[in-house]
Structure formats: C-alpha cells, structure tokens
Design a protein around this ligand. Structure first.
Ligand code: FES
Length: 80
C-alpha cells in the first residue's frame, strides 16, 4: 500500500528501511534511507506508526537493546 504519494513509498518500503543495520529513528530518516525527502509531510504520522510496529521496543529508543548489541548493565549488589 502506498503511504507516501509524493515519493511513492509503500509500507513495505518503510518496513524494509526499518530492517537495516542502523534503523531510522525518525520519519525524516526513513525518507533519507529511501533516497528521498519529505515533500508535503502528510505521511509522516503514518510512517512513524509503521516504524513503531516494525521496530517494536527499539522504537522507544531504549539504551539497552539486544538488537543493537548493547549489553545489559551489571546488576547492583544484593544488599538484603
Ligand atoms: S505524502 Fe509523503 S511527503 Fe507528501
């Protein structure tokens, strides 16, 4: 389904961009990944929604993410 009529981007294009090694964090970065830029901007909210679905927990921008290779922090010593 076409989600950006200005750049003729499909939801599949957006999902593919989100599957890259360095996934985009913003809708603007999705345009860049796909070799274009925002024109009217009406699709930005839809692109962000697709990104959130595709990236799952990573879309929250967490500092600890197994998808990015970040390691879990050391556990605090048990003081009980
Ligand atoms: S519909 Fe995507 S920039 Fe216009």
């Amino acid at each position: 389904m076409i989600v950006c009529s200005c750049n003729v981007l499909s939801d599949g294009d957006v999902r593919k961009a989100c599957g890259s090694k360095a996934p985009p964090r913003t809708a603007g970065q999705v345009y860049g990944c796909l070799g274009c830029s925002a024109q009217c901007g009406r699709c930005a909210r839809t692109i962000k929604k697709i990104m959130d679905e595709a990236l799952g927990a990573c879309a929250a921008g967490c500092a600890i993410c197994p998808h990015t290779g970040n390691l879990l922090p050391a556990r605090a010593p048990d003081r009980s």
